[in-house]
Design a protein around this ligand. Structure first.
Ligand SMILES: Cc1cc2nc3c(=O)[nH]c(=O)nc-3n(C[C@H](O)[C@H](O)[C@H](O)COP(=O)(O)OP(=O)(O)OC[C@H]3O[C@@H](n4cnc5c(N)ncnc54)[C@H](O)[C@@H]3O)c2cc1C
Ligand code: FES
Length: 353
């Protein structure tokens, strides 16, 4: 194993075991979890890794999230699948440079886009690289449940279909339990709500939907799914955006939180410990926790990734930005620590996700 030590706190050095050309503009990168930190790399289908793409001659290092396309209950190793974004820094670097034997820095798996209810009948809707978390879910759910699954998968053209052969193999293996419906833009134009609705089985019994792709695509897909009777809160989305912050930057040094007559009181459960904290009303929860030296999880710190999510058991908070949690998660008390300001005098919080 190549020697390499991750430079950032909370980061791990992952060895690239294999790079698989999936399509002309997408590769899968297979990593070995660090032998001494296997448990830190346990993940749920739908979660993502945050990779550090190294600095170039004229460019700084950047942090980017990539969903795991591997299935935790089936695959020994971690796999992400990266599709080139025109003009994009990290995706093109990874597609051009990732090689077996290389070592890349990564944060632990994170994210809230996971399958909540294994008894629900799922419909999956993906566009382009949005297939990656969906693939992990489909490969997990087929052997582990008796539910049928439907996948609607939109791509620019036939050559862009990632995992085409693997999906066909899954259909052979699981017979009629997996239905794959392709939408090819070169043949049918841009997806529309009516078009997607017509594609979905008329007798669909789906009770939960998992969507991943560009925002505009997910909007028409959600409209199509509402059209076949799914409730909004049963439609879960993952949004792919580029982080603008450095997820590998050192956490702020713990510093005494100034006494604030307006501070509220909160109980915080994390990693099996319970802390009683004073939370100034003007300060973001994550900043308060890190300031107190409490090792709270986070990735983007901008409300995009869900890497800092917690469950609010009592009290009220407001979130400044929320581009990560859907209505279902909000209704179940999930909140983002990097965006939370307190609204009650007493709160109870658990990092249990
Ligand atoms: C939770 C999560 C999971 C994800 N999973 C995956 C996955 O499985 N597979 C995958 O391929 N992607 C995934 N992504 C997306 C991925 O993180 C990156 O956003 C994507 O690879 C593009 O990054 P990039 O550095 O190549 O592009 P960027 O450099 O971020 O550029 C993105 C676009 O902006 C343009 N741009 C950049 N800078 C400027 C500028 N200054 N002015 C104007 N335009 C500009 C670029 O030309 C490009 O079109 C995921 C994202 C998230 C949040
Ligand atoms: S750290 Fe990404 S949403 Fe809070």
């Amino acid at each position: 194993m190549p020697t390499h030590t991750a430079t950032a706190p909370g980061a791990y050095a992952l060895e690239v075991l294999e790079v698989i050309a999936e399509t002309p503009d997408a590769v899968s990168i297979v990593f070995a979890a660090p032998p001494d930190a296997q448990a830190d790399f346990a993940y749920k289908p739908g979660q993502f890794l945050t990779l550090r793409v190294p600095a170039g001659t004229d460019t700084d290092a950047v942090s980017r999230c990539y969903s795991l396309s591997s299935a935790p209950s089936i695959d020994e190793h971690l796999k992400v699948t990266v599709k080139r974004t025109a003009g994009g820094r990290a995706s093109n670097w990874l597609c051009d440079n990732a090689r077996a034997g290389m070592v890349l820095e990564s944060l632990r798996p994170a994210g809230t886009f996971t399958m909540r209810d294994t008894t629900a009948v799922p419909v999956f809707v993906a566009a382009g690289s949005g297939i990656t978390p969906i693939m992990s879910m489909i490969r997990t759910v087929l052997p582990e449940s008796t539910q049928d699954a439907v996948l609607v998968y939109a791509n620019r053209d036939r050559d862009s279909v990632i995992f085409d052969a693997e999906l066909a193999a899954l259909q052979s293996e699981h017979g009629r339990r997996l239905t794959v419906l392709h939408w090819i833009e070169a043949e049918s134009g841009l997806p529309t709500a009516d078009g997607l609705r017509a594609l979905l089985p008329a007798d669909s019994t789906a009770t939960a939907a998992y969507l991943c792709g560009p925002a505009a695509f997910m909007d028409v897909a959600a409209a199509a799914l509402c059209g076949i009777g799914l409730a909004r809160e049963d439609i879960h989305r993952e949004i792919f955006v580029s982080l603008t912050t450095d997820a590998f930057a050192a956490a702020p040094e713990p510093a005494a939180v100034p006494a604030d007559p307006d501070a509220v009181s909160a109980t915080v459960e994390i990693d099996g410990n319970t802390h009683q904290i004073c939370w100034p009303k003007s300060q973001i929860l994550l900043d308060v926790l890190l300031g107190l030296g409490i090792d709270a999880p986070y990735v983007c710190r901008e409300g995009n990734c869900g890497g800092c999510s917690y469950t609010l058991r009592a009290g009220e908070v407001t979130m400044q930005v929320n581009d990560a949690l859907d209505d279902h998660e909000i209704s179940h008390g999930v909140r983002l620590a990097c965006q939370s300001l307190p609204q009650s005098d007493q709160l109870s919080i658990a990092f249990d996700r």
